[in-house]
Design a binder for this molecule. Sequence first.
Ligand code: ADP
Ligand code: MG
Length: 226
Amino acid sequence: MNDPTVLSAEDIWKSYGDGDDSLSILRGASVRISAGEVVSVMGPSGSGKSTFLHVCGVLDPPDRGRVVVGGVDVWSVGESRRAAMRNRYIGFIFQFHHLLEEFTLLENVAMPAMLAGEPRKLALEKAAELMEEVGLQDRADHFPSESSGGERQRAAVARALILSPAVVLADEPTGNLDAPNSKVIEDLMLELAEKRKQAFLVATHDLELAAKAHRRLVLENGRLVS
Ligand SMILES: Nc1ncnc2c1ncn2[C@@H]1O[C@H](COP(=O)(O)OP(=O)(O)O)[C@@H](O)[C@H]1O
Ligand SMILES: [Mg+2]
């Protein structure tokens, strides 16, 4: 009843292509993430970090293995339930912010809540709170094109949290930022982990980010090792 686990990926296998051209990327990768925990995944380019995050995030199916979120093996249920679970339990941050250019930062942060059917007023209120938490309270009405790279990525962090996901999957979240802005994003994730008990699984090349994580994993020969 008191299991703090928010996501567990068990013995994940995945390859691309078939026959002689088959590329075996994940070979029994496993991880268990608890509430409030920041776990980093390092590994050379092409080692399968993004592939692993996509499997955990219910975006791309594994060949074998289980991903359990909210007590459910997400890859064993039907398509529509799976999509609902992705929206409900998983937040995403990517290397590029993927904000919608025709909406303000505040509206972008509120968007997932509005798409989930929350009343516009409530969604915007929640978004305003998160904007404050990520230090963007004075930027609510700015459009992405009027914002710096660091501001856009902070908005992307806030957007990932608006539906209070069980876990946020971040794929190279500082990969497109300079050192000072990277530090802001790193510290922000750590702070949100502490304050909101938010869990993060972060794929990164950034040694400083990995150093700050509560737990560091490396993807090696298709498996996660500490
Ligand atoms: N959709 C795909 N089809 C075929 N090969 C892929 C696909 N996605 C990734 N790969 C290959 O899988 C390997 C791992 O990719 P990726 O998970 O993106 O690694 P990383 O994020 O660690 O750089 C790479 O060799 C990549 O070329
Ligand atoms: Mg990648």
